[in-house]
Design a protein around this ligand. Structure first.
Ligand SMILES: [Zn+2]
Length: 104
């Protein structure tokens, strides 16, 4: 993220040297938009990435994310896979096909 931000800023200053004085405001606007996106991106990164085992579903949950994630895929593959609800007691992971039941 920081590396690409650095390249973007480099590109912008290169473009700035080629643009006429009248067009410089376009770059300022672009810079502003990029900063907004980058800021939003880093906000997302501060969301909790630590899984919380959810006893009622047997899945992992993350922060205030409403989805239920497969604990096997997260532990083994570091992937966040949303599980699908089969019925009241059972959820299934579309990736590893694990059945997830409430932990007693
Ligand atoms: Zn899985």
């Amino acid at each position: 993220m920081n590396n690409s931000l650095h390249s973007i800023h480099q590109l912008i200053s290169e473009i700035a040297t080629k643009l006429s004085e009248d067009d410089q405001h376009l770059l300022t606007a672009l810079q502003h938009e990029i900063d907004k996106v980058m800021l939003h991106g880093s906000e997302e990164n501060t969301h909790p990435s630590t899984p919380h085992p959810d006893k009622a579903s047997g899945c992992y949950r993350f922060g205030d994310d409403p989805d239920y994630y497969c604990p096997h895929c997260f532990d083994n593959l570091q992937q966040k896979i949303s599980t699908q609800r089969l019925n009241k007691q059972l959820r299934v992971c579309p990736q590893c096909r694990s059945s997830l039941r409430p932990l007693q």
